[in-house]
Design a protein around this ligand. Structure first.
Ligand SMILES: [Zn+2]
Length: 167
């Protein structure tokens, strides 16, 4: 007859509870995607400010998709500020330095401590006291998500999407 291990014996067994994997480094293509998603934009929406003639749309969207392709590094990244905010110096460091020298970034939105970003209370972002991997904005969004939504709240007033647009 098999014995069922107790919860306590599983907690004692190092094989049963492997340590969580170290977070993978944020690579240049990850950084671009994180900043785009933090702005709440699709590739198409992010591309829109950069083309003015219909025949250029597909080219721009292809370029925007390419800079997020795994392994792709841009020598000179164009000014993205019309579309979403990223730190060009951070991008260069991610491209040019080994992962152990990469700057510390919020693992949810890609925020770096040299860039200004406001949290949901309108205060300057800093590192979350609850989770050092993320910024205070992402921490606030994460914790709001687990709060029950009031029954009369419309999706358009969802604080998460409002913040993402503002970021
Ligand atoms: Zn963040």
């Amino acid at each position: 007859m098999r014995t069922v291990p107790s919860l306590l014996s599983m907690l004692d067994d190092p094989e049963a509870m492997p340590p969580p994997p170290l977070p993978a480094p944020v690579m240049p293509w990850d950084y671009i995607r994180m900043r785009r998603l933090a702005a709440g934009k699709t590739i198409e929406e992010a591309s829109r400010p950069f083309w003015h003639h219909d025949e250029h749309q597909a080219d721009v969207e292809r370029n925007m998709r390419q800079i997020e392709a795994v392994g792709f590094r841009v020598k000179r990244l164009w000014d993205m500020s019309r579309s979403y905010r990223l730190n060009g110096t951070v991008y260069r460091q991610l491209c040019d330095t080994p992962p152990e020298q990469h700057p510390r970034l919020c693992r949810a939105c890609g925020w770096d401590e040299w860039s200004t970003q406001l949290d949901t209370e309108g205060l300057d972002c800093t590192w979350s006291a609850h989770d050092p991997e993320i910024c205070t904005l992402c921490d606030q969004i994460k914790r709001k998500k687990f709060q029950p939504r009031p029954a009369n709240t419309q999706p358009s007033t969802n604080p998460r999407s409002a913040n993402q647009r503002a970021a």
